[in-house]
Design a protein around this ligand. Structure first.
Ligand SMILES: [Zn+2]
Length: 200
């Protein structure tokens, strides 16, 4: 199942549409520092691991620069595609960290080979999920919405298991939207979260 998601071009298209919708809201709100107009100033990116399923839109992370003289500051909207500066896409960092624990070793081997991953990389992602994510403002805001609390040492699988959705694709998409504020340091506000219930 997770191999199917990782290779699914239509899934990546749906994430692009979410990113475009978030970016349109951020651009419409204007510069957070001076209220100036935001001009497109996308970052070039080279996501690793799944290139055959990605179109040209994945060579850029959506970003803006303030057009006002004397400000010119950057605003990078939250993203459901790119997780900060990590070279792998967010979906891979969610799925691999969530599922490699539970996969039997031939499945695990195939996924790791396909994505060209080092075991150290996976261990680093798991540490990120279990140490940096719980310490983040984003997580502090999310945490009270889950009763009983999500088990930190089982992130991100424990979070994935608590989300609602018809299938894994829907839950992964929801998880990426919830953690999207983690993906930027140059934008701080709150996202409309698509009618998620207060307690999950
Ligand atoms: Zn500005």
């Amino acid at each position: 199942m997770c191999q199917a998601i990782v290779g699914d071009a239509s899934f990546y298209q749906s994430l692009l549409q979410l990113d475009q919708a978030i970016a349109a809201d951020v651009q419409a709100a204007g510069c957070q520092h001076c209220g100036g107009r935001l001009h497109v100033a996308d970052y070039p990116r080279k996501p690793r691991g799944v290139r055959s399923a990605l179109d040209a839109s994945y060579q850029y992370r959506l970003s803006f620069c303030c057009a006002a003289d004397g400000c010119r500051r950057r605003t990078t909207p939250p993203s459901v595609r790119f997780l900060g500066r990590k070279v792998y896409l967010g979906v891979i960092i969610v799925l691999v960290a969530a599922l490699t624990d539970g996969l039997s070793s031939p499945h695990r081997r195939r996924l790791i080979d396909r994505l060209d991953l080092w075991p150290q990389t996976i261990a680093r992602w798991q540490r990120w999920w279990r140490q940096q994510v719980p310490a983040s403002r984003c997580w502090q805001a999310l945490r009270p919405r889950f009763v009983p609390p999500v088990e930190i040492r089982a992130l991100p699988g424990a979070l994935l298991g608590r989300l609602m959705g018809d299938d894994l694709v829907a839950r992964v998409r929801q998880l990426l939207a919830l953690i999207a504020p983690l993906t930027t340091t140059s934008w701080a506000s709150s996202l409309p979260d698509g009618g998620l219930p207060q307690k999950m």
